[in-house]
Design a protein around this ligand. Structure first.
Ligand code: AMP
Ligand code: GLY
Length: 433
């Protein structure tokens, strides 16, 4: 390679800011671009005004600029085949081709593959019409989990406590089409109890490495109450599973899954994300995503104790070091990210509020990852539901938690909402694995 590498990050959220920052900190001093990025990233990347789902414009840019790597952040870009389009112009991508991204963009496809491989996941049925869904639910024991088959930006899962709630979701998605095509097919699955964890794997299609296990907090309010969101905060390493258990779980799931994809002619190059429920009878796969989690990326990446860029390049080129197969990407300490959300999030976020405190002096280990942030009249304003991810890295989870909440107190905008219990100790009596 001549000169420093040139890397494009596709997307505009907190996850992409964390990627940009990790690249900016790389010893290889890459030229970092973000499409479209956001104004909060401008000191670390050159923002290119192309939307993450503008396939033609992104491919055109890549064909002209010949980046060494394109890292695809959002599921929407993967689902429309950005990795396939980049391959056609010979630009390496960290992100799987469309046929493999179906593991995320079709929950019924993911369930089918998991079942065929006898990997642990909740028992389920698939319904193609409202009448079929209601038939399946006749005599069901509640709670029951209903999942829209397609991508729904965190809005496609309902844990129904009773039949009326299940029928409401069926009416909204399957009869009234409120999620468009994504809600026309329904996955109905058993409710699982336990502790959640996110396992993120970097793979070149054959070999893989594991990032520190992370914990997202998906519900909007303290105590895991309120509606599901994209994620209100995260910590890594998660309290459970242990590092040893995480590797054992990944070995059990990832090798057979990659082998199955290869048998279907797919080399999966990118991030494989497993949402797990650690139940009393063992870990079960809740979902598979084809990308970094958001906000998991905002805790996993700052925790790394080795340069991520050479590993990303190797995964995209199919050359992860054989001696690192099935091991951790090196990490040290613990990180906690608290998401600051706009008032009204997740239903109807109100935007346009001035954000104060972004320039507050930050001690080592504190990072502000910008998501729904825009620039107006020299200052920053809110422009989306999740506005900022405030991350602290420290020796222990407890110290990282304290530092993250102290840093949260430096930021202010009207109606700012956030959870006070990110990374808090588990409630006594809650079942864990
Ligand atoms: P998913 O997008 O499939 O991860 O679902 C979003 C959230 O819904 C998960 O993070 C869980 O909190 C919850 N969830 C999904 N499936 C189940 C299940 N089978 N049992 C209990 N909770 C679930
Ligand atoms: N944090 C969950 C996700 O990215 O899907």
């Amino acid at each position: 390679m001549s000169g420093p590498p040139k890397i494009l990050v596709v997307g505009s959220g907190g996850r992409e800011h964390a990627l940009v920052r990790a690249l900016h900190d790389s010893a290889e001093h890459p030229a970092v671009f973000a499409a479209p990025g956001n104004p909060g990233m401008e000191s670390e990347a050159t923002c290119v005004p192309i939307r993450a789902t503008d396939l033609a414009a992104l491919t055109g840019w890549a064909a002209r600029e010949k980046p060494d790597l394109v890292i695809i952040g959002p599921d929407s870009a993967l689902a429309i085949g950005l990795a396939d389009a980049l391959a056609k112009v010979s630009v390496p991508a960290l992100g799987p081709v469309r046929a493999a991204a179906r593991l995320e963009s079709s929950k019924s496809f993911a369930k089918q593959v998991l079942q065929e491989l006898a990997l642990p996941t909740a028992p389920y049925r698939v319904a193609h019409s409202a009448a079929e869904a209601k038939r399946i639910l006749a005599g069901a024991t509640y709670p029951v989990v209903l999942k829209a088959d397609g991508l729904a930006a965190g809005k496609g899962v309902v844990v129904a406590e009773r039949e009326s709630e299940a029928f409401d979701a069926i009416g909204a998605w399957m009869e009234r089409g409120e999620l468009g095509e994504s809600g026309r097919v329904l996955v109905i699955e058993d409710f699982l109890r336990g502790e959640e964890a996110s396992l993120l794997v970097l793979t070149d299609g054959e070999r893989w490495m594991l990032f520190p296990p992370a914990r997202d907090h998906k519900r909007a309010y303290d105590g895991d109450t309120g509606p599901n969101t994209g994620g209100m905060g995260a910590c890594a390493p998660a309290r459970v599973p242990s590092a040893q258990d995480a590797i054992a779980i990944a070995r059990r799931i990832v090798d057979p899954l990659l082998a199955e994809l290869r048998a279907r002619g797919i080399l999966y190059r990118g991030i494989l994300y497993f949402g797990l429920m650690l139940t009393p009878s063992g870990p079960m796969v809740l979902e598979i995503n084809a990308r970094f989690g958001d906000p998991e990326a905002q805790v996993v990446l700052p925790l790394l104790d080795e340069d991520a860029l050479p590993l990303f390049l190797a995964a995209a080129r199919g050359s992860l070091p054989p001696d690192r197969h099935g091991t951790f990407v090196r990490y040290a300490g613990a990180a906690v990210c608290v998401v600051l959300a706009a008032p009204g999030y997740p239903k109807e976020p109100h935007t346009g509020q001035a954000i104060e405190g972004l320039n507050h002096a930050r001690p080592h280990g504190i990072r502000f990852y910008c998501a729904g942030v825009d620039r107006r009249a020299g200052g920053f304003v809110t422009s989306g539901g999740r506005v900022l991810g405030v991350t602290a890295r420290a020796e222990t989870l407890e110290r990282a938690r304290e530092a993250a909440y102290e840093a949260v107190s430096w930021i202010r905008f009207d109606g700012m909402q956030y959870r006070r219990d990110i990374a808090a100790v588990l409630q006594p009596g809650r079942p864990i694995s």
